[in-house]
Design a protein around this ligand. Structure first.
Ligand SMILES: Nc1ncnc2c1ncn2[C@@H]1O[C@H](COP(=O)(O)OP(=O)(O)OP(=O)(O)O)[C@@H](O)[C@H]1O
Length: 687
């Protein structure tokens, strides 16, 4: 970093610094900044961005792209005097931790010149110039500001992850650029081209470590590609000599070895999901308890999407003296972030991947499958070591297995359900089918999503969004869940439906399901049980939990443990409910409307059924269930209250695929109601 950049902040920076009295000058951070490999390319990067509308920046993990490029843009005056720079991230933990780091580097208080915006949390102010934002939140911003007029520069980070939102966002950026940068061109967005007149041009930067740079460059009409060489510190990579069938066991053994024989430094272990993380965390904790007091101690931390943010933050805290931190994480720790202290990375080579499983004759559903990662993910995981000093990466697979991995992950748009992104786009008057995308989704997935939106009343037969669809899109929820809330208005039970949907939207399951303890669990939960099934049982749990409002946290936890309920999930659901109540108020849905203390849950089930019409199944003479709107045979999950009940017609929250297709979160509804709904589903949507 040249001195110049520090001694000539833009006028606006000086202004914002006034608000940042809490900021501390930290010479060590400034030294680290100057030592980053990207520093030598600073002037070239600034020149490219100054002269071109789109720049693709490729660099190794840890070279400094994410933290430095937005600062170069600001310091180089490329965002104008007051324009903002948005930098998108696929994950919230990356957005918040990076904003914190960049605020420190800029020596300002987080939320002033540097801020962030993630779902349910925002730290920005009028002086914010650099904003880290999740791709979901920037898509929401598009709804109120379709030309992103407050941003002069948008940086899409980790573009190689190819999340569906990133892909759609990149496509939208291309359209916005035509409108803002060439408002008078014939092809500059057609009729709407003039919309962009008067708004400063938009610069777009696409960044990643290991992506197919040519593809992005071509998409943006041969945009320049800038390569940033080098990484801060080397990482030594080890592969196993043989295939490891039990990756959890192999991770445990590797951790023991590191703790006894390898250099100091914290350990980050990548595992596919929460269950593996929790079971390995328990084992390592009991190993740690048996360590003699004189030995180096072990502090276990976990990191997965459904954890409350405060718990995830613990991962970033400094490790106490004479202790080795062991962090067990899913791929939420894979890209962008720096966890201070991590020297060793253990990579199991597995992750959970959301996949849309198309049925044999039309229908389909999203499910999570444990899969091998790609080479690009393996490189990202390796890159989490060697960020502050030399690092080590222990891959629990052979070198040959690494070579056999796909180069990069299949884009999400090719493998997940599309109803939700299509609805968001329709709010912007954009049809996914007409959008110029990096990769096109499968035609059958598009048709299935359109069918779902039509049945939910979100679009009409001409594929136009309905007023109901617009309201559905205002909720940060799957369209079906939003539909249930809106249907509750007609059945005067919004309070109850919000309770249930909040629990269903929490990232972990409310009901613990331990196969060997199913009888004990059923007994402990008997008092919540509702004969119609799981949804009204959830409602009974929420009602009982609310009665504990004045109790201490530990009393609430004890109560949850006694009933085999997941306290984290209930606490998260209460926070989500608060947000949803606010959205309801904005949409003129009065959330206080309630069925009261009554046990008659019919209005609630009717509201849910309106939303879950595609998730309905009918009992067959042979005792199995068949989807009402598809042809898949489904079984009720053994964890459901209705598992052996043979209800004639059911609705369910989701299908999960293990050895067969199971319906989870199941309630029984009158078959006549279901038939009536199916018959009415193709009639024009209620407005
Ligand atoms: N929170 C932090 N604490 C300590 N050092 C940090 C922190 N954040 C960043 N750094 C330092 O800055 C370096 C560059 O980080 P940056 O996120 O900009 O890299 P990157 O090129 O975007 O890599 P990646 O794509 O892997 O995130 C890190 O390797 C680390 O040395």
């Amino acid at each position: 970093m040249s001195k110049d950049a520090h001694s000539k902040p833009s006028g606006d920076m000086k202004r914002s610094n006034k608000h940042s009295k809490a900021a501390v000058h930290n010479p060590e951070i400034q030294r680290q900044r100057r030592a980053l490999p990207i520093t030598s390319g600073r002037d070239a990067i600034i020149e490219h961005i100054r002269n071109e509308d789109v720049v693709v920046i490729l660099g190794e993990t840890g070279s400094g792209k994410t933290t430095q490029v937005p600062q170069y843009i600001l310091e180089g005056g490329l965002a104008g005097d007051a324009g903002m720079i948005a930098i998108t991230q696929p994950r919230r933990v990356a957005a918040t931790s990076l904003a914190d780091r960049v605020a420190n580097e800029q020596e300002v208080r987080l939320g002033t010149q540097v801020g962030y915006s993630v779902r349910f949390d925002e730290k920005t102010s009028r002086s914010t110039r650099i904003k880290f934002v999740t791709d979901g939140m920037i898509m929401r911003e598009l709804m109120s500001d379709p030309l992103l007029s407050k941003y002069n520069v948008v940086i899409v980070d980790e573009a190689h992850e190819r999340t569906i939102r990133t892909d759609i966002f990149i496509a939208s950026l291309k359209t916005i650029q035509k409108q803002r940068n060439h408002p008078t061109d014939e092809d500059g967005g057609g009729k709407s081209a003039t919309k962009g007149a008067g708004i400063p041009p938009l610069k777009v930067i696409i960044m990643s470590a290991t992506m197919d740079a040519e593809k992005f460059s071509k998409f943006f009409d041969k945009a320049s590609i800038v390569y940033v060489k080098g990484r801060t510190h080397p990482v030594e990579i080890f592969h196993t000599s043989q295939h490891q069938a039990d990756y959890v066991e192999a991770a445990l053994k590797t951790f023991y070895q590191i703790h006894t024989d390898r250099p100091d430094g914290d350990v980050l272990i990548f595992l596919p999901g929460q269950e593996d993380i929790e079971s390995l965390a328990d084992t390592i904790r009991s190993f740690a308890k048996r360590l003699p007091h004189t030995a180096k101690q072990v502090l276990v931390c976990t990191m997965f999407a459904s954890q409350p943010a405060a718990q995830i933050e613990k991962v970033f805290k400094t490790t106490p003296a004479n202790t080795r931190k062991c962090i067990l994480a899913t791929n939420i720790a894979e890209t962008s972030i720096t966890i201070p202290g991590v020297v060793h990375v253990i990579d199991t080579g597995k992750h959970k991947q959301k996949r849309f499983l198309a049925g044999d004759t039309g229908g389909g559903f999203d499910t999570l499958l444990t899969r091998d990662i790609s080479q690009s993910s393996a490189m990202q995981r390796t890159g989490r070591a060697g960020r502050e000093s030399k690092g080590y990466c222990y891959r629990l697979y052979t070198e040959a297995a690494f070579k056999d991995m796909a180069r990069s992950l299949e884009p999400e748009i090719a493998r997940v359900g599309l109803a939700s992104p299509m609805l968001d786009l329709l709010c912007l008057d954009i049809e996914l089918e007409k959008l110029e995308l990096l990769d096109r989704p499968d035609e059958s997935n598009v048709v299935f999503a359109l069918k779902a939106l039509l049945f939910l009343g979100a679009i009409d037969a001409q594929k136009r969004i309905t007023p109901l669809g617009r309201k559905m899109a205002s909720f940060p929820l799957e369209p079906s869940h939003a539909r249930a809330i809106l249907a509750s208005k007609d059945h005067a039970c919004t309070r109850e439906v919000l309770d249930i949907i909040s629990v269903l939207s929490a990232s972990s399951k409310l009901f613990m399901d331990i196969t060997e303890k199913r009888d004990e669990i059923a007994e402990a939960r008997a008092k919540f049980k509702h004969s119609s099934g799981d949804h009204l049982t959830i409602l009974n749990v929420v009602r009982s939990y609310e009665q504990l409002a004045s109790e201490t946290d530990s009393a609430k936890k004890k109560w949850c443990r006694k009933h085999f309920l997941n306290e984290k999930s209930l606490a998260e659901a209460m926070a989500i409910r608060e947000q949803l109540r606010q959205v309801c108020t904005r949409c003129e849905v009065y959330w206080k409307v309630s069925i009261g203390e009554t046990v008659d849950g019919d209005p609630v089930l009717r509201s849910l059924a309106a939303a879950l019409i595609l998730n309905a199944a009918i009992l067959q003479p042979d005792g199995t269930y068949k989807q009402a709107m598809g042809h898949a045979k489904v079984k009720i999950h053994p964890g459901s209250l209705l598992t052996d009940k043979k209800a004639p017609a059911i609705i369910y929250d989701e299908l999960v695929y293990t050895t067969q297709i199971y319906a989870r979160g199941v309630s029984s509804i009158p078959k006549s109601d279901l038939m009536q709904m199916l018959a009415g589903a193709l009639k024009p949507a209620p407005q």
